[in-house]
Design a protein around this ligand. Structure first.
Ligand code: ZN
Length: 140
């Protein structure tokens, strides 16, 4: 079961310029910045009362974010839903006929386990399943 919207991922070409823009939009600064080498992303996170907005830039030309921006431009990239059991959710979703990009959870930002569903099977919306690996909520 997915029980909350964890974050919204926004693909950006230039992380510094996007951070400046979103600081002006939200009126608060980002609370977290993290490069996730295995995902090829540089992430800056803003907290809006528990819902994170994650600005996500590519760290290389082979990053999925680089491919997304080349194809569709900057903008909303994905919506992430929180679960307490990502591996179990992937089995449930697979059995329910959804197409998985990741069949097993991968390391993501904020010490999360993450996996993406293919937008071909979700009506065009890139969806992420994410599970906090720790019980700490200080970073949410
Ligand atoms: Zn995400």
């Amino acid at each position: 079961m997915m029980h909350a919207v964890d974050h919204i991922g926004i693909a950006v070409a230039n992380i510094e310029a996007a951070m400046d823009l979103y600081r002006r939009i939200f009126g608060v600064a980002e609370f977290h910045r993290e490069v996730v080498p295995t995902q090829g992303v540089d992430v800056a996170s803003f907290d809006l009362n528990g819902v994170r907005i994650e600005l996500t830039a590519a760290t290389s030309e082979t990053s999925p974010i680089a491919a997304f921006i080349a194809k569709r431009g900057e903008g909303i990239h994905h919506i992430a839903f929180r679960t307490s059991d990502a591996a179990g959710e992937l089995l449930r979703l697979d059995a329910a006929g959804l197409q998985l990009i990741h069949s097993t959870p991968q390391p993501g930002a904020h010490d999360m386990l993450i996996a993406f569903l293919h937008p071909r099977s979700t009506g065009g919306v890139l969806m992420e399943v994410c599970q906090p690996r720790t019980t700490s909520t200080t970073d949410i």
